[in-house]
Ligand binder design. Structure first.
Ligand code: AMP
Length: 298
């Protein structure tokens, strides 16, 4: 969707809350630079839109920790595989902007694909190793697309701090490593997973689930909770903890487990012995919808 630069105003809000929408790199960059010239701390939240409370928790954190908040809404084609859901990924731009304006966001960056990749993509950022673990194994090229677009967005917005969700734990590991290896100046902030009351992690892809699938999808968070409980009771054997989670999936044939792993949250390598801060990560298909969830053991 191409949206002309404009100011979204709501009559119920004071004009001080006016939020700008930018479609070009040049506009976004100059807005950021203007904020920086006023000594403002720039907080940035990259998203693919179809916003929910999980995204808004990142926006709230950015608001609390910065003076100028920019949110990008860009469904990045290069992080989707050829048989994935790029074309039908939920898009709700107008509603997203209304939600962001209520949060007091200053700038929305919503470029068209042609603005971001006018000549295709000859230069990519690859975070080797980590990008082939967890989701990277079944989604080859996914994290190269993520690292490249986040790197481009960082160059455009030039944030002091950028906010990501723990929901995408592997993405966090990839971005942290990229920032470290390429000496990027953005401070990476990670916010906790926001869940529905019954435990389902919020995701834009939950919109694909029908009522029955919505119930089935609870197997992800339940398996994590059971593993967490066993860990809390003193179980430290990886195989035993994984078996506890897998057993729940065996009882739920409508869900197809892709992986259930206990890994180091920084390297994403399997841990030999489970300890505090080990990451339990799960991915599963419910119908045609691929869902992920995780927990950091504490
Ligand atoms: P997406 O629009 O799916 O690319 O997500 C944008 C950001 O929101 C990413 O940093 C996600 O990790 C984060 N996010 C998505 N779902 C949640 C959630 N349930 N809780 C916290 N953060 C989330």
């Amino acid at each position: 969707m191409t949206v002309r630069p404009e100011t979204l105003r709501s009559s119920s809000l004071p004009s001080a809350s006016a939020m700008r929408i930018y479609n070009t790199i040049e506009q976004m960059r100059s807005a950021s630079r203007a904020a920086r010239s006023e000594d403002k701390r720039i907080g940035f939240v990259p998203t693919m839109g179809a916003l929910h409370e999980g995204h808004l928790s990142l926006v709230k954190a950015a608001k609390a920790q910065s003076d100028f908040v920019a949110v990008s809404i860009f469904v990045n084609p290069t992080q989707f595989g050829p048989n994935e859901d790029f074309a039908r990924y939920p898009r709700s731009f107008e509603r997203d902007c209304q939600l962001l304006e209520v949060e007091g966001v200053h700038a929305v960056f919503a470029p068209a694909v042609a603005e971001m990749y006018p000549g295709g993509e000859a230069t990519t950022v690859m975070v080797h190793g980590i990008s082939e673990k967890l989701c990277g194994r079944s989604r080859p090229g996914h994290f190269h697309g993520v690292a490249t677009v986040v790197s481009k967005l960082f160059h455009i917005v030039e944030p002091d701090c950028a906010f990501f969700g723990q929901k995408d734990a592997a993405q966090v590991a990839v971005i942290r490593r990229m920032v470290r290896d390429l000496d990027m100046r953005a401070e990476i902030m990670v916010c906790p997973i926001v869940r529905e009351a019954d435990g389902l992690a919020l995701s834009s892809r939950n919109a694909y689930l029908d009522a029955e699938q919505r119930k089935t999808a609870l197997v992800l968070s339940r398996s994590l909770r059971e593993i967490e409980q066993a860990f809390g009771s003193g179980e430290r054997r990886v195989a035993k903890l994984i078996e506890i989670g897998q057993a729940l999936f065996r009882q739920t044939p409508a869900a197809r487990l892709e992986y259930l792993e206990i890994v180091d949250p920084d390297t994403l390598d399997p841990v030999p012995q489970v300890a505090k801060r080990s990451l339990v990560a799960v991915a599963a298909f419910v119908g045609g919808t691929r869902l992920i969830d995780n927990v950091l053991l504490a």
